[in-house]
Design a protein around this ligand. Structure first.
Ligand code: FAD
Length: 520
């Protein structure tokens, strides 16, 4: 059985369009970046059309089935990408739905640290400075936290940047083995904090703090994803329309090469086009780069907006490890486990010369999820073993290298080359956490480093900068090479920092919407 979660919004949804649609602003992609921008523009008076490759993710029982989601891959709908280094294809966890990857995200929404916008020295090189500062984004971070119902406690995270507004909602209480870890970590001198979670968990909200949140879609629309919290409110304004099942294949320019005039789209097997005064790309870092590269023409022979040869380069995705701590004597009773954050080694400190990164709770793992990493272990054993695991996610900053890049192969397939950086500091962080959990009473630790297939925190393929020879967009997110093309997704990130990216994507979009550039 499926429900139509957006029956009331159908008049604004174009599921089968005329051959040509005209509008003021075309936003390509409805995820965190595109959705938040549409939200910001909803009452601007402009006629906005969002063009989205996917459809609404259906509300159905399988949303919360670990078997359907993780064993059968029911919602995986990306084309296979190629891992250039390993020489093999894989289907990434990159999602084409209204709301983009946020439909299945873990909803942890931290701000970048203030110093993340400056140059930071890492063990493998320099994390470069952004052309904007934390100050430029602060107000929009606050706005995004309110939009996405972020819960946390001000003052708990020692690295949290200054804020002009408090978190809209208090932190989610720790439970089960997570509460044990928090108590022990405090006794060990650390400062664990309530991870900033984007869920509708307040009186009247629908969140029941279930275990099927991180990497699942929310059947009751109580996760702050970009569909629920941004796109639907934008459609409700009546000034924003949404094309679904509409994949933009290429962008065309006028004879000067300075203005994008049209997007060619395949919608449910038909060729249609959208003409707009202004275009905004928000396809996610990998697909935005691919679309620019696919839009090469006489005027832009190496790809649209690519006179710098930077499109597709500087691909980053964090250095990441799944970390399972096990106390074989006691089951972990936690259901909603994504409540902890530890940033004690985020920056440099007395016992680490270089920044190490961030530790946070993972959604409660169960057998079928663990099976991917340990396929040879029978499911019955994994099912039983995961009742005892305390599951954490460890991430370190990834550095932007020109050779880490997205290309589109002659057969049109997306290919990724990723050169690992900061592995030594990442391993140091994993080692420190092993010590912490052992002291907390979890003697067994299993880890799995996630390689190139971990694309969920993808960023940096069309970076922001003031030098048109070394970056793709300017500090206002406008493409250097074009007069009416902007980018509003994680591809503009200059560095990855070591915290989750989506709140920064949203804040950048809200800033772009408020800047007046798109409506002037
Ligand atoms: C399992 C998982 C867990 C995650 N957990 C977290 C978390 O806890 N916290 C966090 O901050 N981040 C998390 N992320 C990452 C987060 O979802 C992304 O950072 C965020 O969605 C990026 O926003 P975006 O706008 O750049 O791209 P997306 O949100 O992915 O949106 C891109 C959209 O563009 C559409 N599109 C692509 N190409 C085309 C085309 N050619 N034509 C038309 N439409 C197109 C796509 O269908 C998609 O809807 C997670 C991701 C995954 C997969």
């Amino acid at each position: 059985m499926t429900l139509d979660p957006v029956a009331d919004l159908r008049p604004q949804v174009i599921s089968r369009s005329a051959d040509r649609i005209d509008c003021d602003i075309a936003i390509i992609g409805s995820g965190m970046g595109g959705g938040s921008l549409a939200y910001a523009l909803r009452d601007s008076g402009a006629d906005v059309v969002i063009i989205e490759q996917g459809d609404f993710l259906p509300a159905e029982r399988e949303n919360w089935s670990v078997q359907a989601v993780h064993t059968d891959g029911r919602y995986k709908n990306s084309a296979a990408w190629h891992d250039e280094v390993a020489g093999r294809d894989f289907v990434p966890g990159n999602y084409h739905y209204v709301g983009g990857s946020t439909k299945l995200y873990g909803a942890t929404l931290p701000r970048f640290r203030e110093w993340d916008f400056g140059a930071v020295e890492h063990i493998d090189g320099l994390s470069p400075a952004w052309p904007i500062t934390y100050h430029d984004l602060e107000r929009f971070y606050g706005e995004a936290e309110r939009m996405f119902w972020v819960h946390s406690n001000k003052g708990e995270d020692p690295t949290d940047p200054w804020r002009s507004t408090d978190y809209p909602f208090p932190g989610i209480p720790h439970e089960g083995a997570m509460a044990r870890l928090v108590d022990s970590a405090r006794a060990q001198g650390l400062r664990p904090f309530a991870a900033p979670q984007s869920i509708n968990w307040q009186p009247g909200g629908g969140c029941v703090l279930c275990e099927t949140c991180d990497s699942f879609a929310c059947m009751v629309d109580a996760k702050g994803d970009a569909d629920v919290a941004a796109v639907r409110p934008a459609l409700r304004s009546g000034h924003v329309r949404l094309m679904t099942n509409a994949r933009v294949d290429r962008l065309h320019t006028d004879n000067t090469g300075r203005r994008v005039t049209e997007a060619s789209i395949e919608q449910s097997g038909r060729q249609v086009s959208v003409r707009a005064q202004r275009f905004v790309l928000a396809c996610g870092a990998v697909n935005t780069a691919a679309l620019l590269l696919r839009s090469a023409s006489d005027k832009h022979p190496t790809g649209l907006a690519n006179s710098s040869d930077q499109v597709g380069r500087n691909y980053m995705a964090h250095v990441t490890t799944f970390f399972l701590a096990i106390d074989p004597r006691q089951k972990n009773q936690a259901v909603y486990q994504k409540t902890i954050g530890i940033n004690d080694w985020y920056g440099t400190g007395p016992d680490n010369r270089y920044p190490l990164g961030n530790v946070q709770g993972l959604g409660k793992l169960r057998g079928p999820q663990a099976k991917r990493g340990k396929p040879w272990i029978p499911m019955t054993i994994l099912d039983e073993a995961t009742k005892y695991t305390l599951d954490l996610f460890i991430q370190s900053e990834d550095l932007p290298l020109p050779e880490s890049r997205v290309i589109v192969k002659p057969n049109d397939q997306i290919s990724l080359t990723r050169v690992a950086t900061n592995m030594r500091t990442h391993e140091e962080l994993v080692k420190k956490m092993k010590r912490v959990v052992r002291r907390a009473g979890f003697p067994v630790v299993l880890t799995q480093n996630l390689g190139v297939e971990a694309t969920s925190h993808q960023c940096g393929t069309a970076t922001m900068g003031s030098d048109p020879h070394a970056s793709v967009v300017d500090a206002d997110l406008k493409a250097h090479d074009l007069d009416n093309l902007w980018i509003a997704d994680s591809s503009t990130f200059v560095s990855s920092a070591a915290v989750n990216p989506a709140l920064t994507v949203a804040a950048l979009s809200l800033r772009l919407g408020a800047s007046g550039q798109l409506t002037a």
